[in-house]
Ligand binder design. Structure first.
Ligand SMILES: *Cc1c(COP(=O)(O)O)cnc(C)c1O
Length: 388
């Protein structure tokens, strides 16, 4: 917290704006538009992005709600198919299911760990051959904040004329080619859950292509009420607007967004330095100059030869996780791919082994606000101890 969050909340109470609309919601949206759009407009102009400064941002109750409304605005409905990155958190795929559509899972490429554009291209051709229908949308994800090969994905999307909805929930402040993740597709999703780069306790936002679509999304988020003196509805509606109290937290957080980003990139730099001579451990890092991750989480992978103490058949990531845990250090497995999840076992999947391989030999390390240089040192020391 910056200390400013409570001022915005106090204001909301003083003016009795304790509802899912109000000055904090409007102010937070303006802050987000400054951060994502206005600050980058000159850079976007030099990249020939004429669509860029038309974009508008709508604050919502969660990132999951933002995906649900983005897909709704794109017209996804029962029987449709949506191409979704398999290596992700389940929230990327669940809203496809809410709409009665089917997720089609696409594996990752080994550099960014995100959606493989070539595999996506082949999968789209195969879906059309099998079903006679074009998939309705493509959802790439920026895992742990790392940009995807979004240029490659957009090329494929353009070739087939299919809209892209970027799941940028983990990539607040990440850049690809100097522009923010979440601003490349038709829609971009942000999350302000408690564990994300900035938080509103729970919340999200949808980056929309223009004023008109932002109005449509806002209408969907507020029960699709038409401008009549009585309650009139002509479309399905949702209760997905962000609370004015939570938006107050968001406004406070936006005053220190750049500090959070600096912190996370700094933690990555320390892991880079301290893990450099630990044999068999590789730190997941920007694969090329156009990639600029926010390093929301720092992740490592093990080389094939590396052996971990206490691996009694539980697998190397679990053995190391247990050792770190015994030292009071919390670590996490990498995301278990969606095509391996029992709930999605019937969904079509186009796999190349990359996400399954990463899941079997990787771990996420602590990177939050309380992780300083001493903590990184302690984590790396514990990693060394756990190696045989
Ligand atoms: C957190 C997250 C979401 C969902 O955001 P919520 O605000 O928690 O609903 C979606 N996708 C990914 C990749 C996430 O990490």
């Amino acid at each position: 917290m910056s200390g400013r969050e409570k001022d915005f909340i106090d204001e909301a109470f003083a003016e009795n704006w304790v509802v899912p609309l109000g000055p904090n919601v409007n102010g937070f949206e303006k802050d987000l538009e400054n951060f994502f759009i206005n600050d980058y407009a000159p850079q976007a102009a030099t990249s020939g992005r004429e669509d860029f400064d038309k974009k508008r941002i709508v604050a919502l109750s969660s990132g999951t709600a933002a995906i649900h409304l983005g897909l709704t605005a794109l017209g996804v409905g029962p029987g449709d198919e949506v191409m979704v990155q398999s290596f992700t958190f389940s929230a990327s795929a669940n809203p496809v299911t809410y709409l009665g559509a089917t997720p089609v899972f696409i594996d990752s490429e080994p550099d960014s760990w995100n959606m493989d554009p070539d595999l996506l291209d082949r999968a789209i051709a195969d879906r059309i051959a099998k079903t006679g229908e074009k998939p309705k949308a493509i959802i790439p994800v920026y895992l742990y904040g790392m940009p995807a090969d979004i240029k490659g994905i957009l090329d494929v999307a353009r070739k087939w004329d299919i809209p892209v909805l970027e799941d940028s929930a983990e990539a607040f402040g990440s850049l690809y080619d100097g522009l923010p993740c979440g601003t490349f597709g038709q829609y971009g999703v942000l999350s302000f859950n408690g564990n994300k780069m900035i938080t509103t306790s729970g919340g999200g936002a949808l980056i929309c292509p223009d004023e008109e679509s932002a109005k449509l999304v806002t209408s969907y988020a507020t029960q699709s009420r038409e401008p009549f003196p009585w309650y009139q509805h002509e479309r399905v509606g949702f209760n997905y607007r962000l609370s004015n109290i939570c938006a107050g937290i968001g406004r406070g957080q936006m005053t220190i967004a750049h500090d959070h980003l600096r912190h996370h990139r700094n933690v990555q730099e320390q892991y880079r330095r301290l893990l450099a001579d630990v044999e068999g451990i590789e730190l997941h890092d920007n694969p090329a100059p156009e990639y600029d991750s926010n390093f929301w989480l720092c992740a490592i992978t093990f080389s094939p030869a590396l052996r971990v103490r206490g691996d009694d058949g539980c697998g190397r990531p679990e053995a190391m996780r247990r050792h770190l845990d015994s030292q009071g250090i919390e670590s996490r497995h990498l995301w278990k791919p969606m095509h391996l999840q029992p709930f999605f076992s019937d969904a079509p999947a186009y796999v190349n082994g990359v996400s399954e391989d990463l899941f079997s030999r990787g771990l996420c390390l602590p990177a939050g606000p309380y992780v300083g240089e001493n903590e990184v040192r302690r984590v790396v020391e514990a990693i060394r101890e756990s190696i045989l």
